[in-house]
Ligand binder design. Structure first.
Ligand SMILES: [Zn+2]
Length: 252
């Protein structure tokens, strides 16, 4: 079900156990070869594949494209909420549904910079509603749900998501190849260790001059299809767990 196509009277009669999915992504630089709307377009395609599988059992809010992208601001065209505003934006979107008495709410994310804020926003909401034990507040990023796409397609060289990388460029080649620029002069940009396992704070210019991280040279539409299939199946599996939750247990 699509929230933006419904009347308030339709929403009023829904079961309050209906899972709500709020997709969140970004509009930010994606290297010299990929469009600014990459994260939102890719999450949109994941959603296109997930929605038929869950049918009328899940309510989808429209995709929120303004994300936490301040680390990319040095690259023209990037748009961002400031980090604290973004926390409040996520909190408000989730809390709107809590106010409407829904209990199973999932932030479904398609941008790395949103991971920490969405977890923090859900953490703060759980503290606020600490007397309630019927709320399921989940945040999930579509490429971190356990799928190993390289086991389905051995030609994939990366083992993690980068930025405008083999993964993202392949997926864009699959859905909007006309938006992918010339790859003939693109070079690999290594992740580096960045004091791992500590977490080093960064802006994108610390790590890459072009704006991408990873190796887009190996991208192909065929790999993109594999990535969409694996990641979409992971999201469906997660939503089936949310649907099947008994409303009480910690586990599912
Ligand atoms: Zn991206």
């Amino acid at each position: 079900m699509e929230l933006l196509e419904m009347k308030w009277t339709d929403v009023a009669v829904l079961s309050k156990e209906t899972p709500i999915v709020i997709p969140v992504a970004a509009l930010e630089q994606h290297g010299r070869h990929m469009p600014l709307f990459t994260d939102s377009l890719l999450l949109g395609e994941v959603l296109n594949r997930v929605k038929p599988a869950v049918g009328e059992r899940v309510l989808f809010a429209p995709l929120q494209w303004l994300g936490n992208s301040e680390h990319h601001l040095d690259f023209p065209g990037t748009m961002t909420a400031s980090p604290r505003v973004y926390l409040d934006l996520l909190r408000d979107m989730v809390e709107n549904f809590v106010f409407h008495d829904f209990r199973r709410i999932v932030l479904l994310n398609g941008h790395g910079g949103n991971i920490v804020p969405m977890q923090q926003a859900m953490f703060e909401l759980r503290q606020k509603y600490r007397k309630r034990f019927d709320l399921l507040l989940l945040s999930a990023t579509y490429w971190t749900l356990g799928g190993k796409p390289w086991e389905s397609n051995a030609s994939l060289t990366q083992r993690q998501m980068g930025h405008a990388c083999e993964f993202e460029t392949s997926m864009m080649l699959r859905i909007r190849p006309e938006l992918v620029g010339d790859l003939s002069h693109v070079e690999a940009v290594d992740w580096g260790n960045a004091f791992s396992p500590a977490q080093r704070a960064w802006i994108t210019k610390d790590r890459t001059e072009t704006g991408h991280i990873g190796d887009p040279r190996f991208a192909s539409a065929e790999k993109g299809e594999t990535l969409f299939q694996v990641f979409s199946a992971d999201v469906v599996t997660l939503l089936e767990r949310v649907i099947a939750w008994d409303g009480v247990e910690w586990d599912a």
